[in-house]
Design a protein around this ligand. Structure first.
Ligand code: NAD
Length: 486
């Protein structure tokens, strides 16, 4: 794991098909969260770099890239399936070191990554327009066309998945891409962009500008030369992105935070729900937008089911990336302080800790590890019940009946995902369809998985849909043609 780093030639910014140094003098240190030590550096892209990247993407649209047919774009994306599979171990080790997650999780992320490329490779030539019954002597039709230059800003939690999820559908539709990955973890996206150049993507189709959000990110989202923004990140930054998009009168998709509920009725099957509920809050130390961070449990199930969840939670192990266990550290000292701040506030409020995860022997003393905690019962107005913590903290909140469960599940500003656990099919449907969220799981929980499944939020979790076929529609716009032939 210690040797995982980028090949020497992958350095700086990828603009116009070439790796090049940033125009300013700036470089940023990359810290491995499990080690608390610097192991790489990335370029601090500037406004001038963003300018060059946008110009390169614009030129690609009228150059080789813009000439390709949909099937040819799909074939190029298809080459990335093999490229990712061929480099899976290298990429997984890099992802584990850069994000701190256990290597098993990083390997799973790389499988998902290849699958994104596979899905969008196959879909590239399957987006059709329609004909519309209109006046006699006229043919009216629609066609889907790319936006043009698309800007992509992604977070640090799942860079190996976010990269293909964001650029895959954009490229399939024929856009030219400029990505600003997250400063905290972006090495696998850089390596994958490099593999895309190797796979034959024409210069300018994919450009990568690393750097700080408030500098490179703000310069990209506010650039007058872009035609659409795809943003995945916090609800707070989402406001800045949407404001920047409004100034240029362009569209954007916002995939933001969440406070997702697992709703457990007394008739639910514990054998099925317990491991899933635990994984949904511990995966990547709870730093998952769709983390199931609230366990809403019917009061009648408290005695039978809650002890089983607590027992499994107490078996969760915090590990170094190379070890076997459920979770690693959080991403940086700020995030550690944030999570521990919520835990301290809960303790000060007198909230009982029902179960604690185990810190393994051999954790680096300089890594950003936090103790996983299952806390409850949590009062409904406590910050633990409504705010996104983005850490391994499970808030347990009892409910009385179906109506109470629905009201409680919807009582946060967020609306990303929900899980419903019950043996009663009609109730499962009623509750699922009452959820103000973009994705609901019944007697299962995908925790963001499912490349084929449209994904996105309601309320403060954002708008627009990524993943699945829906993403192809988001990354394109509609042109209507009317041809008179009488
Ligand atoms: P963040 O908003 O701080 O950063 C996300 C990206 O935005 C980074 O690349 C960052 O550099 C950039 N950025 C920051 N400020 C910017 C600005 N002013 N202008 C332009 N770009 C800017 O979020 P984060 O802390 O990296 O990620 C965690 C958040 O992301 C959580 O809220 C999580 O729920 C959310 N998230 C959502 C999804 C989803 O699909 N809904 C997926 C993963 C993460």
């Amino acid at each position: 794991m210690r040797t995982a780093t980028l090949p020497d030639h992958v350095t700086g910014l990828l603009i116009d098909g070439n790796w090049q140094p940033p125009s300013g003098a700036g470089w940023l240190d990359v810290v491995a969260p499990a080690e608390g030590a610097v192991f790489a550096r990335i370029a601090a892209g500037t406004e001038a770099d963003v300018d060059r990247a946008v110009a390169s993407a614009r030129a690609a649209l009228s150059g080789d890239w813009g000439q390709l047919t949909a099937v040819e774009r799909g074939r190029l994306l298809g080459r990335m399936v093999e490229a990712v599979q061929d480099h899976a171990e290298e990429l997984a080790a890099l992802e584990a070191r850069d994000t701190g997650k256990p290597i098993a999780q990083a390997r799973a992320d790389l499988i998902a990554c290849a699958r994104y490329f596979e899905y969008y490779a196959g879909a590239a030539d399957k987006v059709h327009g329609e004909t519309i019954p209109f006046l006699n002597g006229h043919l009216a039709a629609t066609e889907r066309v790319p936006h043009g230059v698309t800007a992509h800003i992604i977070p640090w939690n799942y860079p190996a998945q976010m990269f293909p999820r964001s650029v895959g559908p954009a490229l399939a539709m024929g856009n030219a891409v400029v990505m600003k990955p997250a400063e905290d973890a972006c090495l696998t996206p850089l390596r994958m962009a490099d593999l895309m150049i190797e796979a034959g993507f024409p210069a300018g189709a994919i450009n990568m500008v690393t750097g700080l959000g408030r500098e490179a990110g703000a310069a990209l989202s506010g650039h007058p030369g872009i035609d659409f923004i795809s943003f995945i990140g916090s609800s707070e930054t989402g406001i800045a992105i949407q404001t920047a998009a409004a100034r240029n009168h362009i569209g954007c998709t916002l995939e933001l935070g969440g406070k997702s509920a697992q709703i457990v009725f007394a008739d639910a099957d514990p054998a099925r729900l317990v491991p899933t509920v635990i994984a949904a809050i511990t995966q990547h130390a709870g730093q998952t937008c769709s983390a199931g961070s609230r366990l809403l449990i019917e009061r009648a199930a408290m005695e039978r089911i809650l002890p089983l969840v607590a027992e499994a939670f107490a078996g969760v192990r915090v590990v170094m990336p190379g070890m076997e266990g459920q979770l690693g550290p959080v991403i940086n000292p700020r995030q550690k302080a944030r999570v521990e701040g919520y835990q301290a506030r809960a303790a000060a409020d007198g909230l009982p800790v029902i179960a604690r995860g185990r810190m393994s022997d051999g954790l680096s003393e300089t890594g950003y590890f936090v103790e996983p905690q299952m806390i409850g019962p949590v009062p409904r107005d406590n910050p633990l019940a409504v705010e996104e913590i983005f850490g391994p903290v499970l808030a347990v909140i009892p409910f009385e009946d179906e109506a109470d469960a629905i009201a409680l599940a919807n009582a946060t500003p967020y609306g990303l995902t929900a899980g419903v656990w019950t043996a009663d099919g009609a109730r499962a449907l009623r509750v699922a369809r009452a959820m103000q969220v973009g994705q609901v799981f019944v007697n299962c929980y995908g925790a963001g998985g499912g490349i084929e499944l449209p994904f996105g939020g309601m309320k403060k979790s954002g708008h627009g849909r990524e993943k699945g076929f829906e993403a192809l529609l988001e990354f394109s716009t509609l042109r209507t043609l009317v041809i008179r032939h009488d």
